[in-house]
Design a protein around this ligand. Structure first.
Ligand SMILES: *Cc1c(COP(=O)(O)O)cnc(C)c1O
Length: 492
């Protein structure tokens, strides 16, 4: 790590007595604190906060902001995350005082504008998904998965006499890790379905594991290999024939927006990731939202509140839903992200959304065609919005791993792609350029990747050479994260 002011924490930069602002001495009497608050509410000492001047604070944060790569600074082909450019217009709209300064406890009558926006967003998401009812409540895709599986559990609980106890959730081996985690959290047993030699769901394996105890089949379409599950209607039929529900992990909606609707290919429920598909800025775990859409027969179980419109045209929050799984998040959901999604959808309109998907797929295929000659793509003569290349040959022949390639890309001014996922491909590099990259930046990325594959393994193993931090100990970082500053003398 470079030793510089930028890498030191505010606590370490602190000097007693430094202040950003000094208030003038009050010209009115100031009673002692004990007269204003009961003594048990008063701390004995002030909290040990850092003391700094205003320029110290500003420089600290501005310097921090330059230490990371972001969509606003670099091309960011992080597969499955859809790191597309986020139009600044949407931020501005979400920051309008009429939205940003509302209080969640304001009477409904005084937040009609926001409620109307949320109501309309529910309707747009229903239209885009081809499903009937929407809840904007969940806070992220993963929480949308959990909410939908809780809905499935409630649905089967109510129909136990007819459909029997349902304890299993089937999940393809290429799925995102949140799928089995959500299944377990919702009280189901997660069962893995194999992929076939084309990287698609193996129908024989599905047939075998699809028994009357299966509640849900969770599918991602297009899947994480960037391939459209061409047998999706057959799969839906198979699941429905056994009384199960089909769940669509909607993280890859960017590839099919306005082209095909999950409800039309048989999904009973799905989540959206507005922070991916509808250009909410995200990274490092947030912020996000995870609206879910369901077919009519699952509508009664949606989390409360749902935004409804009464006969007089007034909008209100409906909590009176006796079969609801309950509340999964406070208030109206993650409103800032939802407003951006609304703005994005309204700006583009139906034609524009379709164009997004077509351009995302075109960009990914263009990049695929440039990369494939020197970095094999096991399942990709063609792809949807992303593809998965492998460094397996490079590793065997020259000892260069997917991690080495990813790290070295940073030196060339590109954020790394996702690596080692999906787990069905060895030495995987999952590349998603998104529709907001130009031909020039795709050409440059392919060229950088090509040059890197020609470089010496020694150089690559030490990469990146140009970043603030080169190769942190990832195991330590995951197992013993230091998330809180502790004074030097207290560190063990
Ligand atoms: C991102 C992602 C998720 C989880 O969504 P979050 O919004 O990050 O919780 C689930 N499945 C896939 C395929 C994803 O890419």
């Amino acid at each position: 790590m470079r030793n510089s002011r930028a890498t030191r924490l505010l606590f370490e930069l602190s000097k007693p007595g430094l202040r950003a602002v000094r208030f003038p001495e009050p010209d009115v009497p100031t009673p002692p604190p004990q007269e204003l608050l009961p003594s048990e509410q008063l701390a004995a000492d002030p909290p040990p906060l850092p003391e700094l001047s205003e320029p110290d604070v500003v420089r600290h944060f501005v310097n921090l902001s330059t230490m990371n790569m972001a969509v606003d600074t670099h091309t960011y082909p992080l597969g499955s995350c859809t790191m597309k450019y986020n139009p600044k217009r949407n931020d501005r709209w979400a920051g309008l005082p009429g939205f940003a300064q509302l209080h969640p406890y304001q009477p409904e009558q005084s937040v009609q504008g926001l409620l109307q926006l949320l109501y309309e967003l529910q309707q747009y998401l229903a239209q885009i998904s081809g499903l009937d009812a929407v809840s904007l409540q969940p806070a992220a895709g993963a929480q949308g998965e959990l909410a939908a599986l809780l809905i499935a559990a409630a649905y089967f609980r109510q129909r136990k006499a007819e459909l029997g106890p349902r304890t299993r959730v089937l999940i393809p081996d290429s799925a995102h890790g949140t799928n089995p985690a959500s299944a377990a959290m919702a009280g189901f047993e997660a069962v893995t379905i194999r992929s076939n030699s084309q990287g698609l769901v193996d129908l024989e394996d599905l047939q075998q594991k699809l028994d009357p105890q299966v509640a849900v089949f969770m599918i991602t379409n297009p899947n994480t290999l960037g391939l459209f599950e061409t047998q999706i209607e057959r799969i839906a039929q198979m699941v429905h024939d056994k009384g199960g529900l089909l769940y669509l992990d909607g993280a890859n909606m960017n590839a099919i927006l306005g082209v095909v609707r999950p409800g039309d290919f048989g999904a009973d429920m799905m989540h959206f990731n507005p922070h991916k598909t509808f250009s909410g800025p995200h990274g490092a775990g947030g912020p996000g939202a995870g609206p879910i859409a369901v077919k009519k027969h699952l509508d009664p179980y949606l989390p409360v509140p749902v935004v409804v419109r009464d006969e007089e045209g007034r909008f209100r929050l409906d909590y009176d839903r006796p079969h609801s799984i309950g509340q999964v998040r406070s208030f109206f959901g993650n409103v800032g992200v939802l407003i951006r999604a609304y703005a994005y959808i309204r700006t583009l309109g139906p034609q524009g959304l379709r164009q997004v998907a077509e351009d995302a797929v075109l960009n990914a295929n263009y990049l695929l065609s440039l990369v494939k000659p020197f970095l094999p793509v096991p399942f990709g003569s063609r792809c949807m919005h992303e593809f998965v290349a492998t460094a397996q040959e490079l590793r065997r022949q020259r000892g260069i791993t997917a991690m080495d390639l990813a790290k070295r890309l940073l030196d060339f001014g590109f954020h790394a792609p996702t690596v080692y996922f999906p787990i069905t491909v060895r030495e995987a590099l999952m590349i998603e350029p998104t529709e907001t990259e130009s031909k020039q930046s795709l050409d440059a990325m392919a060229q950088a990747l090509f040059r890197i594959t020609e470089e010496s393994p020694e150089l690559l193993r030490q990469a990146p050479h140009s970043t603030w931090i080169s190769r942190p100990d990832e195991v330590q970082a995951a197992r013993r994260p230091m998330l809180k500053w502790t004074p030097q003398e207290d560190r063990s």
